[in-house]
Design a protein around this ligand. Structure first.
Ligand code: NAD
Ligand code: DAU
Length: 353
């Protein structure tokens, strides 16, 4: 079996669902159920004995030791993190606690467990760390895309905390021999994406007739990857990735934010036309994110060359599926838009002109 952390969040839940669609190997899913964790994401696994959910914190060493001893997983796939850049600007403390101290705790527990394995299990064991392209910093318009050897230049509290966790993972391999792999992935999108992030926020606001808040001039560029393609990349790394290696994962889809917003408006105009006119009438430019990175781009040639991975979705197919999913799952959106969610919208958007 495998141990997944953060498997009730956006990518983690998609990974658990995707894993159990593709094989019968059980998953122990450890998640603290912060505001971003949601058991509704895993509702389709109710009664499925292959999924064991454990409500707990990756900073809890005793709990992790117990789970490793009891379930003897052959791999740990580590998603759990605070993941939202704007939240890291308003309050970086939780990011240091979970992303840095939590990863340290998990590494130490994994090392203790791994040291006690017999030679065969020791060689087969993997610790996969799920990281982000944001650790590499911001690109100019003509800079080459991030390769695995790009220097680290994190600019936000979020990306600095992820960079710190990447360094810990690297050191646990070099110093102790722990068989780790790391993936640095670009922006994911798809089902179960929490509506604080650009794509689900724009869909939710458009359907509610609210402003679509575009930061700054809207010309910041991100590379977009459909979430199940990220899941298949992680499966490929677990299967054939080499311990100590880093793999960049991306969709070859660089787009300025304003283009993403126009694409979403056009899809909504087609699939759920509004009598008041195109949803693009709601686009509103607001004060920029402090320290906003201008451009990310991923060079994903290494994972293609070494592991034969390529994304299955184009941006056009993935974004259409995503809008269709949100239209078909308005209850899911309504449930996550709790009081705490409304407080966040006030905190992040009320002060922007
Ligand atoms: P998310 O915020 O949707 O989910 C994070 C999950 O981790 C939640 O279920 C939350 O409850 C859980 N969690 C948080 N703190 C925890 C703790 N202390 N102990 C146990 N569980 C805890 O995040 P996501 O977007 O699914 O991202 C998952 C991982 O992928 C993160 O490590 C993130 O840095 C990385 N990543 C995300 C993207 C993206 O576009 N979303 C891209 C590249 C990498
Ligand atoms: O690049 C990978 C990263 O992508 C992950 O590591 C992070 O966990 C994930 O949250 C995401 O970070 P971003 O900051 O790129 O995602 P977000 O959806 O918050 O913003 C995408 C872009 O859209 C960014 O340039 C900021 C802009 N934006 C965002 C929001 C929420 C807006 O213009 N308006 C908004 O209201």
């Amino acid at each position: 079996m495998i141990l997944v952390t953060g498997g009730a969040g956006f990518i983690g839940a998609n990974f658990v669902l995707d894993w159990l669609r593709n094989c019968d190997e059980p998953v122990v899913n450890l998640d603290a159920l912060t505001y971003a964790g949601n058991l509704e994401n895993l509702a389709s696994l109710k009664g499925d004995a292959r999924h064991i959910f454990v409500h707990g914190d990756i900073c809890d060493r005793e709990l992790i030791d117990r789970l490793l001893a009891e379930h003897q997983p052959r791999a740990i796939v580590h998603f759990a993190a605070e993941s939202h850049v704007d939240r890291s600007i308003h309050g970086p403390g939780d990011f240091i606690r979970t992303n840095v101290n939590g990863t340290f705790t998990l590494l130490e527990a994994a090392r203790g467990h791994w040291m006690g394995l017999d030679a065969e299990a020791k060689a087969a064991f993997r610790f996969h760390h799920v990281s982000t392209d944001e650790v590499y910093g911001s690109l100019g318009p003509n800079d080459p895309a991030f390769s695995e050897t790009k220097t680290y230049e994190p600019n936000s509290p979020y990306s600095a905390s992820k960079a710190a966790s990447d360094h810990l993972v690297r050191a646990w391999h070099h110093t102790y021999g722990l068989p780790v792999t790391t993936s640095n992935c670009s922006n994911n999108y798809g089902p179960y994406h929490f509506p604080e992030k650009l794509i689900p926020l724009m869909i939710a606001n458009a359907l509610a007739g609210k402003p679509l808040p575009v930061y700054g001039d809207g010309q910041q560029i991100r590379d977009w990857l459909y979430v199940t393609d990220h899941c298949s990349a992680i499966r490929a790394i677990l299967q054939a990735g080499k311990p100590g290696e880093v793999y960049n994962v991306g969709g070859w889809n660089e787009k300025p934010n304003i283009e993403i917003v126009h694409t979403l408006c056009a899809l909504l105009d087609e699939l759920k036309p509004d009598a008041a006119g195109s949803y693009s009438r709601l686009i509103t430019y607001v004060t920029d994110r402090p320290g906003h990175d201008r451009r990310y781009a991923i060079d994903a040639r290494k994972i293609e060359r070494e592991l034969g991975w390529r994304p299955a979705e184009t941006f056009e197919t993935g974004i259409r599926k995503t809008v269709e999913w949100y239209l078909a799952n308005q209850d899911w959106v309504a449930h996550v838009q709790s009081g705490a969610y409304r407080d966040w919208l006030d905190k992040n958007y009320a002060g922007r002109s």
